[in-house]
Write a new protein. Structure first.
Length: 140
């Protein structure tokens, strides 16, 4: 009888622990530490930056530039060769939080063309900019 009670107690305890683990396991996406110094401030998560001046992306999680070359998307630790002297600190950046943002290149190119050759003060955060929480989609 003691063995039966002990077995039931262990089984109940095991089920309780697994249930608690499942309830506590919550995923939070934060990549503040991996965002580059030249990126806009105020975001706890960034997937991509779209760089209108050079019509390229920067993929934050892997620290790679993504750009078209010969009709193919290239992932590189370096800026595109034609823009290797581009000043990342002065150019405009658009936060794009969607998987494989470069698939929407045509839309981004048209939407953010007005920000090409932006070389003013640091970007101001109004409207979609400066949010302190994770947001999927575009900020402009």
């Amino acid at each position: 009888m003691k063995k039966l009670i002990l077995s039931l107690a262990l089984l109940t305890g095991s089920v309780l622990v697994n249930t608690l683990k499942a309830q506590v396991n919550v995923g939070v996406n934060i990549n503040i530490g991996s965002q580059p110094d030249w990126g806009p401030r105020g975001y706890d998560y960034v997937e991509y930056y779209y760089l209108p001046d050079i019509e390229s992306y920067y993929y934050v999680p892997r620290r790679q530039f993504v750009y078209l070359s010969g009709g193919n998307w290239v992932f590189s630790a370096y800026l595109p060769p034609a823009h290797r002297h581009y000043d990342l600190y002065r150019g405009y950046k658009v936060v794009v939080n969607e998987p494989r943002a470069y698939r929407y290149y045509g839309k981004h190119k048209m939407r953010y063309a007005k920000h090409k050759s932006y070389h003013g003060k640091h970007q101001k955060y109004k409207g979609g900019h400066g949010r302190k929480h994770h947001r999927r989609g575009h900020d402009d």
